[in-house]
Design a protein around this ligand. Structure first.
Ligand code: GDP
Length: 536
């Protein structure tokens, strides 16, 4: 087994040579079910990384910002996080880029796109609850992309489930090998601290770490715990080491094995170990898929893609920020990049980077880094930026919506505002907007109904137009395509009532239910009905 402490030391000694600064980047996200402790853990990571100075800062700042903006009231009222952002901090020569993912299940599309921009993820599990619905959903997305996952079993300061039961659950439900790294000593009222099975030291509930060079048998451990607790830990930890996989860096990086750290975000137990682990073992920027093959981070020329667009981040300025993940090269402020979709040059004069909730101008960026580019609608989710080459990054999907509604405007004088709002928010990826072939009412599609509340509230708050939603007779949407353009045209002509256009003018077929879909598919075998489409 590798020594975690040694590895961390090693990484710092061979601190990245200036030629390959991207090797210091760790771009990751936290995936979890709501309430598992993602916000608390984020805060503690930022604290450990020196990005914020005081516990409570993320939440306090978040609340202050939230108060400024109407639409975020929903977020506040429902206690969920709708927005996603990026937090950058540096520690021990390692640059951490933490991409925040919206926690609620309704926002899976936005989350999915954020996960296309990370190289690893922390999966936070509540020790009392184990794997929950949203954890599993997000995990599946990570698995699709072979994103390596570190598991943090949180809240061990409280009564929770048996650690072995939790390990077995992860192993069985997610079909992953588990490698226990940091083990709890007691739980709830009997919680004494954590034992690092790799570094061999004890992290007591209070006071500093107790080195145990002789491992679990070390007399220092018995002194610290007392004979009875020591014996119990010894038995459990030996079983944990022998009964489960040892940490294997390659298996972890390929997404077959997850190291497991038991800790407490609230009490700040083992959060430092988690961070050391990410620094030492989480992958540096990985090659990214494109239509000219994988783009390696060591390539000289700058390239990156937009994985998220957020409108009106600052309600005072009607701005729109496109979040770009760099994949290669050395970006410097003021550079002109090629916007591949439009074929135009884009001077990036005011790139923003994010430290905790603050933004400031950035002078440079490397593969793995994420910056925000303020713009007025030029940049869309899925766009590629390059230094003179015409290729596109691939693999950023749009999903067929599961809920469809007709948009009704209360005051018809506000048509322009509503249209603008729908367009902006569709670009952000909050909703999909469809134009019918006949008639003028917009149809919106979402993955979950909560998005509709957010949509109405944001259009009212940011665009001053009141909208409501009416049910439509459709529940299923599929993008349609055909190798023979003539056939597609005929199909669209024969089904005008059911065909709408998405924001990129792609035809979408709407029907009542899966049964109808199967029927129409059986009668039009040359037409493909897609539940996802790649964003181009
Ligand atoms: P999120 O929804 O995943 O972002 O979860 P939060 O970070 O907001 O945490 C949800 C609740 O769990 C809050 O009341 C936290 O104070 C609490 N919590 C988070 N981490 C811990 C922990 O390690 N121990 C205990 N006892 N409570 C925690």
């Amino acid at each position: 087994m590798d020594s975690l402490a040694e590895e961390t030391g090693l990484l710092r000694q061979t601190a990245p040579s200036p030629q390959r600064p991207y090797e210091t980047r760790r771009t990751f996200a936290i995936i979890s079910h709501p309430d598992a402790g993602k916000t608390t853990l984020t805060e503690k990571l930022l604290l450990a990384g020196g990005a914020i100075e005081m516990a409570g800062a993320v939440r306090a700042k978040g609340n202050k910002n939230r108060a400024k903006s109407d639409w975020l009231d929903i977020e506040k009222n429902r206690g969920i996080s709708v927005t996603s952002s990026v937090m950058t901090f540096e520690k021990g020569g390692v640059n951490f880029n933490l991409l925040d993912t919206p926690g609620h299940s309704d926002f899976s599309e936005d989350t999915y796109r954020t996960l296309t921009a990370v190289d690893s993820a922390i999966m936070v599990i509540d020790a009392a609850k184990g794997i929950e619905a949203q954890t599993r959903k997000l995990f599946e997305i990570c698995r699709l992309r072979d994103i390596p996952i570190v598991t943090f079993v949180n809240k061990i300061d409280r009564e929770g489930r048996d650690p072995f039961e939790l390990l077995d659950e992860i192993e069985e439900q997610l079909a992953l090998s588990v490698a226990p790294m940091v083990w709890p000593v007691g739980q709830g009222g009997l919680f004494k601290g954590c034992y690092d099975l790799v570094a061999n030291d004890f992290l007591p509930a209070r006071g500093s770490a107790v080195p145990c060079p002789a491992g679990l048998e070390d007399p220092a451990l018995e002194t610290a715990l007392g004979a009875e607790t020591h014996a119990a830990l010894n038995d459990a930890a030996t079983l944990a080491v022998e009964g489960y996989a040892s940490f294997d860096r390659e298996a972890f990086r390929q997404g077959h094995l997850t190291p497991v750290i038991f800790g407490s975000a609230l009490e700040n137990f083992a959060v430092g170990r988690l961070m050391d682990f990410i620094a030492a073992h989480a992958p540096e920027p990985r090659p990214q898929p494109s239509d000219r093959g994988p783009v390696d981070p060591s390539e000289d020329k700058v390239s990156g893609f937009v994985f998220k667009v957020q409108a009106n981040m600052d309600p005072k300025h009607r701005d729109r920020v496109a979040f770009v993940r760099f994949c290669s090269g050395h970006f410097r402020r003021g550079m002109k990049l090629d916007h591949v979709r439009s074929g135009k040059a884009l001077a990036v004069s005011n790139p923003i980077y994010f430290v905790a909730q603050e933004r400031s101008l950035t002078e440079e960026a490397y593969a793995g880094d994420v910056i925000g580019i303020p713009n007025h609608g030029t940049l869309q989710v899925g766009d590629t930026l390059t230094e003179g080459e015409a290729f596109r990054f691939t693999g950023l999907p749009a999903f067929a919506p599961e809920v469809l509604r007709r948009v009704r405007l209360t005051d018809t004088m506000k048509m322009k505002q509503m249209r603008r709002g729908l367009e902006d928010l569709a670009q952000e990826g909050l909703v999909q907007v469809f134009r019918p072939t006949i008639g003028s009412d917009f149809i919106v599609g979402v993955v979950g109904p909560l998005q509709l509340d957010v949509l109405a509230s944001r259009i009212a708050g940011e665009y001053k137009a009141e909208v409501s939603f009416e049910p439509v007779q459709y529940n299923v949407a599929r993008w349609i395509r055909c190798e023979n353009p003539q056939l597609l045209k005929e199909f669209i002509r024969e089904n005008t009532m059911n065909v709408v256009r998405d924001r990129d003018d792609w035809p979408v077929y709407l029907c009542k239910d899966e049964w109808d879909l199967r029927y129409i598919m059986s009668r039009n075998k040359d037409i493909a009905f897609d539940a996802t489409r790649e964003i181009v």
